[in-house]
Design a protein around this ligand. Structure first.
Ligand code: 13P
Length: 281
């Protein structure tokens, strides 16, 4: 009898915990984000000046701005961003192992220790030039989350895949292999960036309709795997030749929640203009 009572109380506590978590997800508004991926650009002084100018010219905003500079900038930029509301710092990559004899690499815990809160994982340039596979990226996602950082997970197809009409299958497999091993709670910390490789640095943007179609598709996969509440709460960014003159049209699509910006994030004026490109609520 006493055993039954204990089991009953445990089950009730578990149920309450589940309900609290579901309510938390339900009340979450989708966060708008503009992240600047500086790639391998800007020395220390140039990076410091760019970040200071962005901070000076950023007005009050509900949009979360994230600066993702090369590693050498992380510490100083975190200090600059400290106390600035809606500004976070992120890294562009990390190693998949916690620590050890990996000369030249940087770990997730090191990134966390200097005050960054995000890490870009699986950018197409890392997939292409550093042979990063889906399996490796899944390991990186895990180590990022274990260190209380949030991954900005990139996916996207090359031109030949788009022309063959296989872009949905490719992006679906990138998500399945790189992210969908996570449980719901871990997945709810992930930001996704859809970056068609043919639009990166080429001046060729996906049309707003093409972006919307893929973002909607990605959200439908998340809904199938994690349920519609988590899918509705997931921020999905567009990346690829996003600039002040095309950002507002892209950001006005219902499933586009912001951008991951390359070239235009290296100019304070352009980056801040993109931050201000969301439709007024
Ligand atoms: P561009 O904005 O320069 O096309 O780069 C996009 C990108 O790769 C962001 O990660």
């Amino acid at each position: 009898m006493e055993e039954n009572l204990k089991i009953g109380i445990c089950l009730r506590l578990l149920l309450l915990q589940k309900r609290n978590y579901q309510n938390k997800i339900k009340n979450m508004k989708r966060q708008k984000i503009v992240a600047g991926n500086w790639k391998m650009n800007l020395n220390f002084q140039e990076g410091r000046d760019l970040a200071s100018e962005i901070i000076r010219s950023m007005g009050p905003t509900e949009v979360l701005a994230i600066l993702c500079p090369p590693f050498v900038h992380l510490n100083h930029l975190s200090v600059l961003a400290n106390g600035v509301s809606n500004l976070e710092i992120g890294a562009q990559n990390c190693h998949q192992v916690a620590s050890g004899a990996y000369t030249g690499e940087v770990s997730a815990s090191m990134i966390k220790s200097v005050g960054a809160n995000f890490v870009i994982i699986g950018h197409s340039e890392r997939r292409e030039f550093f042979n990063e596979s889906d399996n490796l990226l899944a390991e990186k996602v895990n180590v990022v989350l274990q260190n209380d950082l949030r991954p900005i997970f990139c996916c996207g197809e090359k031109l030949d895949i788009r022309e063959a009409g296989s872009h949905e299958a490719l992006v679906g497999s990138q998500l399945e292999n790189g992210l969908f091993h996570l449980d719901s709670e871990a997945f709810s910390k992930v930001v996704i960036a859809y970056e068609p490789v043919w639009a990166i640095g080429t001046g060729k943007t996906a049309s707003p309709a093409q972006a919307q179609e893929m973002h909607q598709f990605i959200r439908s996969l998340i809904a199938k795997k994690y349920g519609s509440e988590i899918a509705e709460a997931t921020t999905i960014l567009y990346g690829g030749s996003c600039k002040p003159d095309n950002a507002s049209e892209i950001f006005s699509q219902p499933d586009v929640d912001g951008g991951l910006i390359g070239g235009a994030s290296l100019k304070a004026k352009d980056f801040v203009a993109i931050l201000g490109s969301f439709p007024k609520q």
